[in-house]
Write a protein that binds this ligand. Structure first.
Ligand code: ZN
Length: 252
């Protein structure tokens, strides 16, 4: 799941370029505006990744999505599931109510932003980064407070629209990467993330670690009218998948 998600920003960029390549011939002004908005947003997000102070400032007006041990928080309304977002003020109020230090916000990672430059962050309340001294929060306690449920990731993907599911994928991949890279592989010392969470640095050996991308292949076997799908017993009812897999060096 990690590899697929980390490809999404690259893929979106490519799609946008190809799309504009054909659309520009008919509607140049509209198209240039679309492209310009995309580039402006990308530049803004890049700035937040590089500038800790700018990113902290963006948290003040940003929106936070919550996870617990990599399971996203969903709320059920009458006929659908929603992906709730919280402002910094709401999040700090919640942490205070649950007996947590507001320093916990430092564990959040930047996952994207709107075209109006509202930055989006993800925070896992069940995992503990080395920067936080607070204990992990118990899931039922948070769920009761927020009137939602931390839902298994795959199930959550099928309950949300494509836009939210894509955002969740990016968030979960990045949170997972941080959880797995808390220590330097050379010195064994704790690494420290930057504010945006776009990298981790080992203060001892000065090594910078960046979230990795790995190629993944998915195939759909079809005879033209039918296709071959598979499912695991752990899948939710009605969920099937095409055949997919990783190919790592040393793996055969
Ligand atoms: Zn090190």
């Amino acid at each position: 799941m990690l590899t697929l998600n980390t490809f999404i920003p690259v893929y979106h960029g490519l799609t946008m370029s190809l799309y504009c390549g054909t659309a520009c011939r008919r509607k140049p002004l509209w198209c240039y505006r679309l492209l310009s908005t995309y580039i402006t947003k990308t530049r803004y997000l890049f700035e937040l990744k590089e500038d800790d102070d700018a990113c902290k400032k963006a948290q003040q007006t940003g929106a936070f999505y919550l996870f617990h041990n990599l399971a996203p928080l969903l709320q059920k309304s009458e006929h659908q599931y929603l992906l709730p977002q919280y402002s910094l003020v709401e999040l700090e109020k919640l942490l205070g109510k649950l007996g947590q230090d507001t320093q916990r916000v430092e564990d959040s990672v930047l996952i994207g932003g709107s075209e109006q430059h509202e930055a989006w962050f993800a925070l896992d309340l069940g995992l503990n980064d080395s920067s936080s001294m607070s204990a992990s929060l118990q899931k039922p306690e948070v769920e009761a407070e927020l009137k939602g449920s931390f839902t298994e990731f795959r199930k959550a993907l099928f309950r949300l629209n494509v836009k939210d599911a894509s955002l969740l994928s990016t968030a979960q991949a990045l949170l997972r990467w941080h959880d797995a890279h808390r220590f330097c592989s050379r010195s064994g010392q704790p690494t420290k993330k930057n504010v945006a969470g776009s990298k981790r640095v080992c203060p001892s050996s000065k090594i910078i670690y960046y979230p990795q991308m790995a190629p993944v292949v998915i195939t759909l076997v079809s005879d033209g009218t039918r296709c071959l799908l598979v499912r695991q017993s752990s899948f939710p009812k009605g969920m099937y998948s095409a055949l997919a897999g990783f190919c790592d060096i040393g793996l055969s």
